[in-house]
Design a binder for this molecule. Structure first.
Ligand code: PNS
Length: 158
């Protein structure tokens, strides 16, 4: 069984994230969406909130599960029989950092490959930090986040 992980902060989930996860769920048997519980960063949404927003947004995708993880991604993958990381690439500016992470993860766990999916052209500009900025300034984020969790995100960010 090909089990992969889509890791990220998801602070909060965007429609761009959903696009990558949905496409990964068609390519692989099982997709683990890994929400980083980073003790060094203070996210706007708690790990539990980010997991809940993702679960609501992904309901109906039977081969996708959402988990929180901390520590090294390469170790989490090894411990959970995950053979690949799936990441979305938006623009050339993403590439250098993603390339560095992919090589580091492969060095730490040589069985672990990274697969890049190009972002959908309609999501190339989109990021969680942009969503947070627009929402906190009273802008309309309905095109940026899943409809079913839009009100929850707005309520939290305003
Ligand atoms: O959505 P983000 O913040 O770009 O996601 C980054 C993430 C979670 C994929 C990355 O920070 C990560 O894998 N963190 C776990 C710690 C780790 O394994 N670090 C070493 C390899 S980069």
């Amino acid at each position: 069984m090909k089990k992969v992980i889509c890791p990220g902060s998801f602070d909060p989930v965007t429609v761009g994230h959903l696009d990558i996860i949905r496409r990964a769920s068609k390519m692989f048997d099982h997709v683990v969406v890994g929400v980083l519980n980073n003790v060094l960063k203070t996210p706007s949404f708690s790990t539990e909130e980010r997991i809940s927003l993702l679960e609501k947004s992904l309901s109906g995708l039977d081969n996708v599960e959402v988990v929180g993880f901390d520590g090294l991604l390469a170790q989490y993958a090894k411990d959970n029989d995950i053979t690949a990381i799936v990441k979305g690439l938006r623009a050339v500016s993403d590439f250098e950092y993603e390339f560095q992470q992919a090589l580091t993860n492969n060095k730490l766990n040589p069985e672990l490959e990274t697969v890049f999916l190009t972002s959908g052209s309609e999501y190339m500009y989109l990021s969680s930090s942009m969503v947070k900025q627009v929402a906190s300034l009273g802008g309309d984020i309905s095109a940026f986040v899943p409809e079913c969790v839009h009100d929850e995100i707005i309520k939290r960010l305003k």
